[in-house]
Design a protein around this ligand. Structure first.
Ligand SMILES: Cc1ncc(COP(=O)(O)O)c(C=O)c1O
Length: 438
């Protein structure tokens, strides 16, 4: 195997401007944004229609504080989310970040269990190789050792079960037994803790940064929902990264025909034009909270920020008017197949997996054993740099293989990225991987 010199990160350039899928830095370097940053910019950059919607709102008022006012953008955005979610998911709290959205998901669950008299149900179960956010509650339920390490002793007690990965299943588990194994494992953990102590199970329907994009095996979400329902455990779907159309359906759990009790959605909801996220939950939960406590006890100063709502509303209207979710489905299948055709034969490409416009390329030292590279080789970061030299930004991720190793990149183009841009993403990714290992 090639020996790599010591990794020296290049300085982070200053951004100048972005249009569509292209971003230019202050030195004039123009690159394709092939991952929408961390899977955020679902309509690319600089769309004048969204900028105008924001300006129009700013010219009226930036924010009507939520305890004093509601607003058209807020109410229209909420109606849109309700309509898109369906299945009784009618209650909405608009936040400013994915971590805030997840934090509120946890609080909805805790407050609900208290309100129905299940006062011992304070414990969460989550999965290894998951990421739910940076605040202490959201980090507590994140199975991401690298991001937890410095704070480990101050986090909430949380149980972790196995990730639902077909590429890296638990040892000795055959593919046709995977879903059954994972459902049994969750049930065993609930029983071990005592069902009367378990508040909720939280998971990413399609794992993002913590797994380098991991769609679940067929039937997984239904199987774990059945276990949760059996024991009165709430199901929280964290769709911060995978939701709002990224995987080809508005809710990432739609293909699994599962409606969660509570969910978070963020990045693609506002497309990164202004910070925005949402916590969405079942009407039956909302009714209980209203009756017992007068409503959900969560929220921040910038909750339901009016200009951010105007931006997200416009983003969602454009996606709807231009049938972009259909495009993500049809072109996503093309993108996935093209990435597999271009990359799968490479000796260090272990797996290419994903759904819609959300794909992960996992790099391995040994393809036969799936052994990851040693982390100190910084392969993901090196590839990120090589890609940039090739004029392509992808999202490097690490730490999801075995132990704390594992390297890969996430591909998450804008839903309206032109065919030519998608072709360039495939071609430049292939060339960069060849250059890195050549
Ligand atoms: C699945 C998931 N949940 C939560 C978060 C946290 O979101 P934020 O970084 O906006 O706080 C992220 C961020 O990447 C995420 O991918």
């Amino acid at each position: 195997m090639k020996t790599f010199p010591k990794f020296v990160p290049t300085p982070t350039p200053k951004v100048a401007h972005g249009r569509g899928s292209w971003v230019t830095d202050q030195d004039g370097n123009r690159v394709i944004d092939g991952s929408g940053g961390p899977a955020v910019y679902c309509l690319g950059h600089g769309d004048p229609r969204i900028n105008e919607a924001i300006m129009a709102q700013l010219n009226q008022i930036a924010q009507g504080y939520r305890r004093f006012y509601t607003s058209d953008p807020l109410e229209q955005l909420e109606a849109f989310i309700r309509d898109r979610c369906g299945g009784g998911l009618t209650e909405i709290l608009i936040n400013s970040s994915g971590s805030e959205a997840v934090e509120s998901c946890l609080k909805v669950a805790l407050q609900y269990q208290q309100a129905i008299g299940q006062t011992d149900r304070t414990r969460f179960i989550a999965r290894m190789r998951s990421y739910h956010g940076n605040t202490l509650g959201a980090l507590s339920v994140s199975g991401y050792p690298m991001r937890r390490a410095a704070f480990e002793d101050s986090l909430l007690p949380v149980s972790f079960v196995s990730p639902a990965s077909e590429y890296r299943p638990p040892e000795g588990v055959e593919p046709d037994q995977l879903v059954k194994f994972l459902a049994n494992e969750l049930e065993d953990e609930i029983l071990r803790l005592g069902p009367e102590t378990v508040c909720a199970f939280i998971f990413e329907p399609v794992v993002g940064a913590a797994g380098c994009v991991v769609p679940p095996p067929a039937g997984y979400a239904q199987a774990i929902q059945a276990v949760c329902q059996k024991y009165g455990v709430l199901l929280i779907s964290d769709e911060v990264m995978s939701g709002a159309g990224r995987t080809g359906t508005w809710r990432a759990l739609e293909p699994d025909q599962v409606v969660p009790d509570i969910m978070s959605v963020a990045k693609g909801l506002g497309g990164g034009y202004l910070p925005l996220a949402a916590t969405v939950y079942q009407k039956k939960i909302g009714d209980v909270l209203t009756k017992k406590d007068g409503g959900l006890m969560s929220g921040h100063t910038f909750t339901a920020h009016t200009a951010a709502c105007a931006a997200a509303l416009k983003v969602q209207q454009i996606i709807q008017e231009e049938n972009l979710l259909e495009r993500v489905q049809s072109k996503g299948a093309w993108l996935g197949q093209s990435l597999k055709d271009a990359l799968s034969d490479h000796p260090h490409v272990g797996d290419v997996r994903g759904r819609g416009f959300f794909w992960g390329v996992e790099l391995v030292a040994d393809k036969a054993t799936k052994r990851p590279f040693a982390r100190d080789l910084m392969i993901a970061e090196r590839l990120g740099q090589t890609l940039r030299e090739e004029g392509l930004l992808l999202y490097p991720v690490s730490g999801f293989g075995t132990a704390q190793a594992g390297d890969g990149v996430i591909i998450a183009p804008a839903y309206n990225a032109e065919d030519e841009v998608l072709e360039q993403i495939v071609g430049r990714t292939k060339r960069s991987i060849e250059n890195l290992f050549g």
